[in-house]
Design a protein around this ligand. Structure first.
Ligand code: HEM
Length: 417
């Protein structure tokens, strides 16, 4: 319990992020599939001070040895937070005790079971008509915007909101404050997986604190709301309010922004013409599914994930000292392979893009379904559109990547929507 309390201290969120540096595990460099990030093509070791594991077999092995490679660093800030930002978080009692993604104790299985109950294959399949309805509505909005102004940003009109609506509906939570939720999600991703300087940390900490206060209210309200919802189920399972807030903080971001980003990259690569599937083919079920799989393996929205060595161990023939932080490559990405265009970079087997083993993503089926349906409906509703901009600005964080905008222009053939 003492250890658990220590982890709940917001200051601890930053404690493990900078040490040890990869140079302390230099002997691992020659080992199969395990590289210090200084030996990869990363131009800036300070941005990626991890032992990078790229070989899919070694990645899988690490994920399947949770006793040796703990997920405890999953939510640790990549850039240590400085005093002003920490104080903003402490003022609202912000804490992320380990419950799900970063939980390496034996409480994980039971909590995971409760959450999994909201994303069963049957529940996800039954959601398809609703997902299609939302995708069609979003595509209609994009078409209206194109008609009225001659251009539209498909991230904002098509990719952003439907995944958030679907997630909240599945969890039995009220669908509200969606614009705030999207902003909070992106800000928290940057705060925990980015390289913000001190002033930016402060801005992002204010946003994270706002999100956390909103979440605490939502948790309290949900406990007395009629019907079934995630927080009621977690409370029945015995979780405390900080534990429920921690779980909600991760899930309300991971459960929708990652899908938004997958849709955004897929739309961009399709319209850029660099993908194996054309825009017209993407209007079919098979075409959209194939394209989503292609992006997942070559340039997923969650291209890397972290683990930390729980004790002195080894993997792929390399000795790994206790405390070494490891970055697992799940797909082509802009961080560990920045000089290779991600879409042409070495692709990891599809089987790893949602993780593997006891922490494997609980939303994998849902995310793929949402992305494929959204791509299909958008391509069907907007034939003949073209990219308006060349290379957009990208979200490029340690474990998240996507274009911030996909702005398209006109030439919409008239087709009944
Ligand atoms: C394109 C979209 C998504 C991608 C690429 C993705 C990827 C991942 C990855 C790589 C992990 C870590 C797995 C590991 O440690 O082995 C993960 C964990 C998780 N994801 Fe996703 N995810 C996506 C969408 C979603 C959605 C839509 C949900 C739910 C609505 C979700 C819920 C979760 C949960 C609950 C975990 C933690 C599971 C655990 O620790 O037991 N994800 N995801």
């Amino acid at each position: 319990m003492a250890e658990r309390a220590a982890r709940m201290n917001p200051a601890m969120l930053t404690a493990g992020s900078a040490e040890p540096r990869v140079d302390s595990v230099g002997q691992a460099e020659a080992a199969h599939g395990v590289e210090s990030s200084g030996q990869t093509e990363s131009p800036d070791q300070a941005r990626c001070p991890y032992l990078v594991v790229r070989d899919p077999d070694v990645v899988r092995e690490v994920l399947h040895r949770p006793a040796d490679f703990s997920p405890a660093n999953a939510l640790v800030a990549v850039t240590p937070l400085e005093g002003r930002a920490l104080r903003v978080l402490q003022r609202v009692q912000f804490a992320l005790p380990p419950v799900l993604a970063s939980n390496d104790t034996d409480t994980h299985a039971g909590i995971r079971k409760v959450v999994a109950g909201y994303f069963t294959p049957a529940t996800v399949a039954a959601m398809e008509p609703r997902i299609r309805e939302l995708a069609q509505e979003a595509a209609r909005n994009a078409a209206d915007r194109l008609d009225s102004s001659g251009h539209a940003d498909l991230v904002r009109t098509v990719a952003a909101f439907p995944p958030a609506v679907v997630m909240l509906e599945l969890l039995g939570l009220p669908v509200r404050d969606l614009a705030d939720l999207k902003r909070w999600g992106l800000d928290s991703m940057e705060l925990f997986w980015g390289w913000p300087d001190e002033d930016r940390q402060l801005e992002l900490a204010h946003s994270a604190a706002e999100f956390y206060v909103w979440l605490r209210k939502l948790v309290a309200e949900s406990l007395t709301a009629p019907g079934r919802n995630l927080f009621k189920s977690l409370a029945e399972h015995g979780l405390s309010t900080p534990e429920m807030c921690s779980l909600g903080y991760f899930l309300l971001i991971a459960g929708q922004e990652t899908t938004t980003q997958l849709i955004s990259t897929t739309l961009f690569r399709l319209l850029e013409g660099s993908a194996p599937v054309g825009w017209e083919d993407a209007a079919s079920e098979a075409g959209s599914k194939a394209m989503v799989r292609h992006v997942l393996t070559t340039e997923s929205s969650v291209p890397t994930w972290r683990r930390v060595a729980a004790h002195d161990t080894n993997v792929g023939g390399a000795p790994i000292p206790a405390g070494a932080e490891i970055l697992l490559e799940l797909s082509g990405n802009h961080i560990t392979s920045p000089s290779q265009p991600a879409q042409r970079g070495p692709s990891t087997a599809y089987g790893l893009v949602f993780g593997s083993g006891i922490h494997r993503c609980l939303g994998a089926k849902l995310a793929e379904l949402e992305a494929a349906v959204t791509i299909q409906e958008t391509a069907a509703a907007l034939p003949g559109i073209q990219l308006r901009e060349g290379e957009p600005e990208w979200i490029r964080l340690l474990s998240f990547q996507a274009p911030r905008t996909v702005t398209v222009t006109g030439c919409r053939e008239s087709k009944p929507l």
